[in-house]
Design a protein around this ligand. Structure first.
Ligand code: ADP
Ligand code: MG
Length: 247
């Protein structure tokens, strides 16, 4: 793939007290690229994701989006959060708003769209994630897989430049995992730039351009899925894969 960097992390470091949670992180995500981040629990995957839309600050280094450093505060920070959407393990939908409103509200608040325009876009996106008929319901009336698809539609509604996914299927019952991964595969095929923390190795193999393996706050490997899964270079990655693939 031609390198047209959308997200760039250069020499990024962060501590939580004595814990050096991100150590000299260098990572470039090209426009349209899908990068899957894997690694043991506690290795810093969530923290890394959260720095990219500035839910976490960094102590040193630089993060660029589209060639520009991430903004610190104010309107520009709100715009950044819209430009870099995030989908979490917990769906974080507004419980007292309908599915339609969950997808249209931020469009009105942040993107300043008119309510009927926002609703129309919300309906299009709900259709795209297979939930056209769920628009008037409340989140609690939906299955976990459906709620996560609403969360994806909500992120897409902002016309993001990139989407970050932090273990989006980890809270789901097994039979619902595929419906969410299928939506993500479609997004990837449509050219969305995506950073995905996941333990779904099938998704990593089939949808990722690169696999980044993290351990103890460092990027240990950054390679194509084919290379990574067939011939991991590090002992840490071999050990991790042998554990996860045994399940
Ligand atoms: N807000 C926080 N304050 C202190 N320590 C934290 C905080 N968030 C995460 N950590 C610690 O940082 C390490 C990395 O966490 P995390 O990025 O969530 O890893 P992962 O997503 O790979 O499991 C863990 O040891 C975790 O306990
Ligand atoms: Mg995590």
């Amino acid at each position: 793939m031609a390198v047209d960097p959308l997200i760039e992390l250069r020499d990024v470091n962060k501590h939580y007290g004595a814990l050096h949670v991100l150590q000299d992180i260098n990572l470039t995500v090209g426009r349209g690229e899908v990068v899957v981040i894997i690694g043991p629990s506690g290795s810093g995957k969530s923290t890394l994701c959260r720095t990219i839309n500035r839910l976490e600050t960094i102590e040193s280094g630089t993060i660029l989006l589209d060639g520009k450093p991430l903004p610190d505060e104010g309107k520009e920070l709100a715009a950044l959060r819209a430009d870099v959407g995030m989908v979490f393990q917990a769906f974080n939908l507004f419980a007292h708003k309908t599915v339609l409103d969950n997808v249209s509200l931020a469009q009105v608040k942040v993107r300043k769209r008119k309510k009927d325009e926002a609703d129309e876009r919300a309906r299009e996106l709900l259709d795209r994630v297979g939930l056209a008929d769920q628009a008037p319901k409340y989140p609690a009336q939906l299955s976990g897989g459906q709620q996560q698809r609403v969360a994806i539609a909500r992120a897409l509604a902002m016309n993001p430049k990139a989407l970050l996914f932090d273990e989006p299927t980890s809270a789901l019952d097994p039979e619902m995992i595929n419906e969410v991964l299928e939506v993500m595969r479609q997004l990837a095929a449509d050219g969305m730039t995506m950073v995905v923390v996941t333990h779904e190795m099938g998704f990593a193999r089939s949808a990722a351009n690169r696999v980044v393996f993290m351990a103890d706050g460092r990027i240990v490997e950054d390679r194509t899925p084919e290379e990574f899964f067939t011939a991991p270079e590090s002992e840490r990655a071999r050990d991790f894969l042998s554990k996860i693939l045994k399940h």
